[in-house]
Design a protein around this ligand. Structure first.
Ligand SMILES: [Zn+2]
Length: 107
């Protein structure tokens, strides 16, 4: 993912609507690019700051944003683990089926 693509996905990231692959690339680029991290902070400030101004709630951009990033990372890890688990379950079922079929031939 390049800078331009990253910037075009910032809104979707903040609205929690990126698909897994895009989210993964987004987080990878964010880790390796200080410019884009700054851009994300700026856009987050505008996105969240306006709302907080109205309610008068206190607002710590870096802390809040890093919480969102951690939440997204966790979500991505959980989903990747679930995909692996589903694949493993499928392999297990097919293997079991083959064993049962093989056993049936002997009886
Ligand atoms: Zn960048």
């Amino acid at each position: 993912m390049d800078h331009k693509e990253f910037c075009s996905h910032i809104q979707d990231f903040l609205y929690d609507s990126l698909d897994d692959n895009t989210l993964n690339e987004f987080l990878e680029h964010m880790d390796s690019c200080a410019d884009c991290r700054d851009e994300l902070s700026t856009q987050y400030l505008v996105y969240e700051g306006l709302e907080r101004l109205e309610t008068g709630a206190t607002f710590d951009v870096d802390k809040d944003l890093s919480e969102i990033v951690e939440r997204e990372r966790h979500r991505l890890r959980t989903r990747t683990a679930l995909t692996h688990l589903a694949t493993a379950a499928e392999i297990f079922t097919v293997t079991l089926f083959c064993i049962v079929m093989a056993l049936l031939r002997f009886y």
